[in-house]
Write a protein that binds this ligand. Structure first.
Ligand code: GRG
Length: 291
């Protein structure tokens, strides 16, 4: 594989976010499924998220010499289906009971609780089909499916969500909080990063380092999210970094995590050439928010 011509992360993001939406929409409207179900699935998929997870997979895939096409975009978007399902279920009355998501009525407010639950279920299972039904080599498929199952399920995001819920009436230690967020938020981002490496067929040792990059990125993402919640004056009584460390402590933790995240990329660069500036561009998410 060859390294592509240098492209800034901003250009990459501008090109591929609409492509991700197009490929996801095509995958949804072509399903032989009840129109009402497709409508509810598409409503949440099209609600306008940042597409951070598929963008991470695609940027890493390209940075390690992969050529992006619709087939790769669809595989990369599987994790976005899971992310979307998690938000639909997280908003339900039994969980956060939110009326709005991304400025629009939540799925259960728009379609009713039963339809929202089923739209989430359908997005979760469809994610695995999009990988399993693709025409990449079977060994790559199996690796992706194993890793996605781990990241999304009981030893990943769902486990983290449960730990988070159980923590409502207690105060977690720093280590417990890190663990909750590694599972709840970090696991899917870690998958998104390693999936780019698996698709680009880099050695296992680099896939492992990419997973570490995604996990560190996810933790930084969560600290940032907690800090933004403080600015929005949401409550400080939950298990959050500002609650545990104070706002200044959480800001220091974020700065340290970002240094460590970049260090992981540098350590990969020491053993294998890749388009460093494209992948490190993923960290611009934090600059924007800090301005
Ligand atoms: C219900 C099984 C289940 C899991 C829910 C991810 C999650 C677990 C809940 C979401 C709650 C939350 C606000 C977590 C903080 C980090 C996070 C995942 C934020 C949302 O991700 P973004 O910013 O969302 O990538 P967009 O809207 O850009 O797609």
């Amino acid at each position: 594989m060859r390294l592509q011509t240098m492209q800034t992360y901003q250009e990459f993001y501008r090109i591929y976010t609409p492509e991700i939406k197009r490929v996801m929409d095509e995958g949804l409207v072509n399903l032989n499924a009840p129109a009402e179900l497709i409508e509810a699935m598409k409503y949440s998929v099209d609600a306008g998220g940042k597409r951070l997870r598929p963008i991470m997979t695609l940027a890493i895939f390209q940075a390690f010499g992969g050529d992006i096409d619709d087939k790769i975009i669809k595989i990369a978007s599987a994790v976005e289906l899971i992310h979307t399902y998690s938000l639909i279920h997280d908003d339900l009355p039994a969980m956060d009971n939110d009326d709005l998501r991304r400025g629009m009525p939540t799925s259960h407010k728009k379609f009713g609780e039963a339809q929202a639950i089923l739209a989430g279920d359908a997005l979760l299972t469809l994610a695995f089909s999009w990988i399993a039904d693709s025409n990449i080599a079977d060994n790559l498929k199996v690796q992706l499916l194993i890793q996605l199952g781990k990241a999304a399920g009981p030893v990943g995001m769902v486990g983290g969500q449960v730990d988070d819920m159980l923590g409502v009436h207690k105060t977690y230690t720093h280590a417990q909080l890190v663990n909750v967020h590694n599972l709840k938020t970090g696991a899917l981002l870690s998958y998104a990063a390693l999936a780019g490496g698996i698709l680009a067929q880099v050695p296992d040792s680099i896939v492992k380092e990419l997973a570490r990059f995604g996990l560190q990125y996810g933790l930084a993402f969560q600290v940032q999210d907690d800090l933004l919640d403080v600015e929005d004056a949401t409550d400080l009584t939950k298990n959050t970094y500002p609650h545990l460390l104070g706002v200044e402590g959480a800001q220091q933790e974020l700065a340290q995590l970002l240094i460590e995240t970049e260090m992981v990329l540098k350590s990969i660069m020491a053993v294998r050439q890749f388009d460093y500036q494209l992948v490190s561009g993923l960290l611009s998410y934090f600059e924007r928010k800090n301005n």
